[in-house]
Design a protein. Structure first.
Length: 316
C-alpha cells in the first residue's frame, strides 16, 4: 500500500492528500462490500492519491456511490468537482448551505481570495470544477444515507462553519468531524496523547454553536473521531474538554484585544501562539516554542483572522 494511505479497521482508509505537508490534510475512503464513498477530498492536486486509494482496494471508479464533503472550504472540497468527473455513478453529498457553492464555485473562490489573496488561490487551488445540480444530494439534520447496507447519519454541526455537517458511522462507532472537532496533527503528539485545538478559520466561527455541536457528537459515546486534520483519534471525551476549554480561552483573548485597533490582529496571533505553546507544555511536549509556532503558523494566522471577524460581527 502506498505510504500516503493508512488502513484502518471497518473498511476505512485514511488518504493523506499531501496538502501543505505530510499528515496535515486527510480524505477518507469507506468501502462496504464492494461499494465506496469518499469523505472530504482535499484540493485538485490530491486527485492521483484519491484514485490511488480506490485502486489499492481493487475497485473501479464505477464502484463509488458518494463523494461526501463535510463542508465546502477548499481544503475539504476543492477536488470534489474534478474527482466527480472520474466517478460516473457518484453523487455529491453536501450540507444544504454549501450545495450552491459546489454547483457554482465562483463565490466560494471569491471568499478564498479575500482570505488568501488572488495569486495564492490560483496557485494552490487551481481550477475548481463545478458539479451538475442533478448529481448533488443536499442533506438534512438526522438524515441517514445508505452505503450498500451501511448507514451513515448526518447531523447539522455549525460552530466552525454554518455549512458543516458531521457523519456518524455506526459500524466503527466514529464521527467524521471535518473541522467541527478541531485539529490534531500527529507531529504535535505528546507523552499524554494527541493535542487538539479549535479552528476558528474565517468567516463563521460561532463558539456557542460549536459547543452544542460537540455535545451532540458526544451523546453517542463515540469510540473515535476521524479528523480531516489529521486522522483517527480516540478518547473523544477528553479531547472535547481540551477543545472547549481552549475555545473559551480563545474567546476571552479575543474580547481582551477587541479594541486594540490596528494592532489587534498581531496581538491575537501573539496570544494564540502563547496559548497553544502553554497547552503543549502542560502535556509535556518535547517541542520548543519555535517548532510549535512553525507547525501551527497557518492555523494561528487563520484563527486570528476568524476571531477578528467574530469580534466585529458581535459588535454590530
Amino acid at each position: 500500500m502506498p505510504d500516503y494511505l493508512i488502513a484502518l479497521p471497518h473498511g476505512i482508509t485514511v488518504i493523506d492528500t499531501g496538502f501543505v505537508r505530510e499528515r496535515f490534510d486527510a480524505a477518507y475512503l469507506l468501502v462496504e462490500r464492494g461499494r465506496a464513498a469518499y469523505i472530504d477530498t482535499g484540493i485538485n492536486d490530491a486527485l492521483p492519491r484519491l484514485l490511488g486509494a480506490l485502486q489499492a482496494q481493487g475497485l473501479a471508479p464505477e464502484s463509488v456511490d458518494y463523494v461526501i464533503v463535510t463542508h465546502v472550504h477548499l481544503d475539504h472540497a476543492g477536488a470534489a468537482g474534478l474527482l466527480m468527473e472520474h466517478l460516473p455513478r457518484a453523487k455529491l453529498v453536501v450540507h444544504p448551505r454549501g450545495a450552491r457553492h459546489m454547483i457554482d464555485p465562483s463565490q466560494l473562490l471569491d471568499g478564498a481570495r479575500a482570505v488568501y489573496g488572488v495569486e495564492e488561490v490560483r496557485r494552490t487551488y487551481g481550477d475548481v470544477r463545478p458539479i451538475p445540480a442533478a448529481r448533488v444530494i443536499e442533506t438534512h439534520d438526522e438524515q441517514v444515507l445508505d452505503l450498500n447496507g451501511r448507514p451513515l447519519l448526518f447531523i447539522d454541526s455549525p460552530g466552525h462553519a454554518r455549512h458543516h455537517h458531521c457523519i456518524w458511522d455506526e459500524r466503527s462507532r466514529g464521527w467524521f468531524t471535518g473541522d467541527t472537532f478541531g485539529l490534531s496533527y500527529p507531529q504535535l503528539e505528546t507523552p499524554h496523547g494527541r493535542y487538539l485545538l479549535p479552528t476558528t478559520t474565517p468567516v463563521q466561527f460561532e463558539p456557542d454553536a460549536l459547543k452544542r455541536s460537540v455535545a451532540r457528537m458526544l451523546e453517542r459515546n463515540p469510540d473515535c473521531m476521524y479528523l480531516t486534520h489529521f486522522g483517527r483519534v480516540g478518547e473523544a471525551a477528553a479531547l472535547a474538554r481540551l477543545l472547549i476549554d481552549q475555545a473559551d480561552e480563545m474567546v476571552a483573548l479575543g474580547r481582551a484585544h477587541a479594541h486594540s485597533g490596528e494592532k489587534r490582529h498581531a496581538l491575537l496571533k501573539q496570544a494564540l501562539a502563547a496559548l497553544y505553546a502553554r497547552r503543549l507544555r502542560d502535556m509535556n511536549s518535547p517541542l520548543d516554542d519555535a517548532t510549535i509556532h512553525e507547525l501551527l503558523a497557518m492555523d494561528i494566522e487563520l484563527n486570528a483572522q476568524g476571531l477578528g471577524i467574530w469580534l466585529d460581527r458581535s459588535a454590530r
